[in-house]
Write a protein that binds this ligand. Sequence first.
Ligand code: PLP
Length: 233
Amino acid sequence: MSGMDLSFIPRNLADVKARIARAAERIGRDPAGVRLVAITKTKGADHVRAALDAGHTLFGENYVQELLSKSQLIGTGAEWHLVGHLQTNKVKKVVGVAAAIQTLDRIDLAAEVEKRAAAAGTTMDCLVEVNLAGEASKTGTAPGEVASLVRAFVSLPHVRVRGLMCVPPFLPPDQVRRYFKNLREMLARITNEMDPGPGFCELSMGMSGDFEAAVEEGATIVRVGTAIFGQRG
Ligand SMILES: *Cc1c(COP(=O)(O)O)cnc(C)c1O
């Protein structure tokens, strides 16, 4: 290890958590209702360790291989969410390691998660990723298909659909806010239209540049990388 000074990590973590709390309090929400997923992509396990030592336990990765290698290096004590695109042939590796898959966006992927979770004797927490602006460069379900996908996923006994996730277009916080509102309204609409169960309540939205706006719009999970670990190389 390089012995690099990582004391900025606990400082940044405390700062981000304070900003989440203030944003929640501004609209009368309990800050405890917002979970922070610290996104460690491209950063070494020493960065994860520094955050863990500061008492933070929830981490997120985009790539399966990075999630697997860091979770193995870190061992027990940390929880991992997959927040990037998942190929069907990699599901087997993720089930039993990740605490949640935030990017369930198609039926064949859900069927594979069901199969692998059943075989492992576990249930997998998942969020449905929504491509709110229909961006061709991004994965995620088209908004018009989310309800029917949720309906299909709910019937899978080893898949627990916990809510919705989005990566909206890269815009300033004041312009991205309407996408956060869209996702919140989508969750409410689906909850009213069917009975996805009481566990269907999570909204994963907001990153370094806009997590406060996301909290104000109802995020229960924010995913923050740069503001904690610094710029990625
Ligand atoms: C990288 C990434 C984040 C974190 O982005 P920052 O701007 O570094 O906070 C959040 N969510 C997803 C899906 C990501 O890929």
